[in-house]
Design a binder for this molecule. Structure first.
Ligand code: 3PG
Length: 404
């Protein structure tokens, strides 16, 4: 069974709660990349054109249940206004309740859901989370999940709010529908060799996901993983290399070791960097250091040229590529080269290429290669989880709740 598509739901005169993922990369309160905002436009336009009222909800960053001015969804308002939308803003639920019935041609944007401690819940806090879910659900009579990037999260707005809507009045938006269609096609026919490029800094999340990927049905299993970012450093660390001040805790070490063994058993090759650049203040920028030369106080910021050559060679021979996460600190021009070159190799390869995640999308746009990539997924961890799952409609909580 598939979740109901927004195109089969009549929104005229109805209030529609749209759970979106507008978790865009920000620097000094400025949006670095608007890909996730652009991607939600078809859903918003459809509801507005039908004469429905959009109640737009998202998370932004990981504020841990409290207000943070640097992560307020207010920062998104200028983007919407620049693109011709009229926006009303609700800083709390009381305001949202009051404003949700007014001005149907104006989008009501809710404050960052993760400022509410109940947005993330555990079995111990389920009751409080359900109370929040009930309040959020009372803002609308239709629930649409168009937040592919959080489909793997058990968050209140993703899994509990839809429980308050009957199956006829809840479903997925156009962004999620497109993601499902593309990823399902890829899962059915991944041409081999299928290469996973992994990087970035969400270490725990990604390591868990790689594990799932290694357990994926053989037909969709990757042949090779090329790793950069903190993930690569964790793998190298457990192989005995000094990785400077990289934050690799005991738990990460255990998981990294487990994954190396699992990859070996599954016949998946993990290719790790052989050289790195270190932070400028350590005066090492003039040349990259080999992995056995990293000093204990070193701060690794990018992969080195030898690594770029090896990764590019592997990517040139791939038939399917999925890249999630960046190789280094791509936002700082001096540390961006590794990410840029790897993205160029992906865009120039003949493989079906897919990238997923906020940072890698931002980097692909920054370096002008996004147009040469076959599909830019809005999900990071969610895309990994979808591709790695035997049955994504069972495994991804946000999808599961919409099909049960
Ligand atoms: C993402 O950027 O991958 C999504 O917005 C999910 O964010 P999260 O990993 O903080 O849940």
């Amino acid at each position: 069974m598939k979740p109901k598509n927004l195109k089969n739901i009549t929104c005229t005169g109805k209030r529609v709660f749209v759970r979106s993922d507008l978790n865009v990369p920000l620097k000094n309160k400025q949006i670095l990349d608007d890909y996730r905002l652009q991607a939600i436009v078809p859903t918003l336009d459809y509801i507005l054109q039908q004469g429905g009222k959009v109640i737009l909800a998202t998370h932004l960053g990981r504020p841990k249940g409290q207000f943070d001015a640097n992560l307020s969804t207010r920062l998104l308002i200028p983007w919407f206004e620049k693109h011709g939308y009229s926006i009303d803003f609700a800083s709390d639920i009381a305001q949202a309740e009051q404003k949700s019935t007014q001005n149907f041609d104006t989008i009501l944007l809710l404050e960052n859901l993760r400022f509410l401690p109940e947005e993330r819940y555990s079995p111990n806090t389920l009751e409080a989370a359900q109370k929040l879910a009930k309040k959020l659900s009372s803002l609308a009579s239709i629930y649409i999940n168009d937040a592919f990037g959080v489909m793997h999260r058990n968050d209140t707005s993703v899994t509990l709010v839809p429980e308050y809507f009957d199956p006829e009045h809840r479903g997925i938006g156009f962004l999620v529908a497109k993601e499902i269609e593309t990823l399902e096609n890829l899962k059915k026919h991944p041409k081999q060799p299928f290469v996973l490029v992994i990087g970035g800094s969400k270490l725990h999340d990604k390591i868990d996901m790689i594990e799932k990927f290694l357990q994926a049905p053989k037909s969709v299993r990757i042949k090779t993983i090329v790793a950069g970012g903190l993930i690569a450093q964790a793998f190298l660390y457990v192989q005995g290399y000094n990785m400077g001040i990289a934050p690799i805790d005991d738990q990460t070490q255990q998981i990294a070791k487990k994954i190396l063994t699992q990859a070996h058993d599954a016949g998946v090759t993990i290719i790790l960097p052989s050289d790195f650049y270190l932070e400028l203040t350590h005066n090492f920028r003039s040349r990259a250091l080999l992995i056995d030369q990293i000093p204990s106080n070193g701060v690794i910021v990018d992969i080195g040229p030898q690594t770029v050559d090896i990764f590019s060679h592997i990517l040139a021979q791939a038939e399917t590529i999925f890249a999630n996460g960046t190789m280094g600190i791509y936002e700082t021009p001096a540390y961006a080269e590794g990410t840029k070159k790897v993205l160029q190799a992906i865009s120039q390869s003949n493989a079906f290429s897919l990238i997923g995640g906020g940072d890698i999308n931002a980097a692909a746009h920054l370096f002008g290669v996004a147009k040469d990539i076959d599909f830019c997924s809005t999900g990071g961890g969610a895309t990994l989880a979808f591709l790695g799952a035997e049955d994504p409609f069972e495994d991804l909580p946000g999808l599961h709740v919409l099909v049960k």
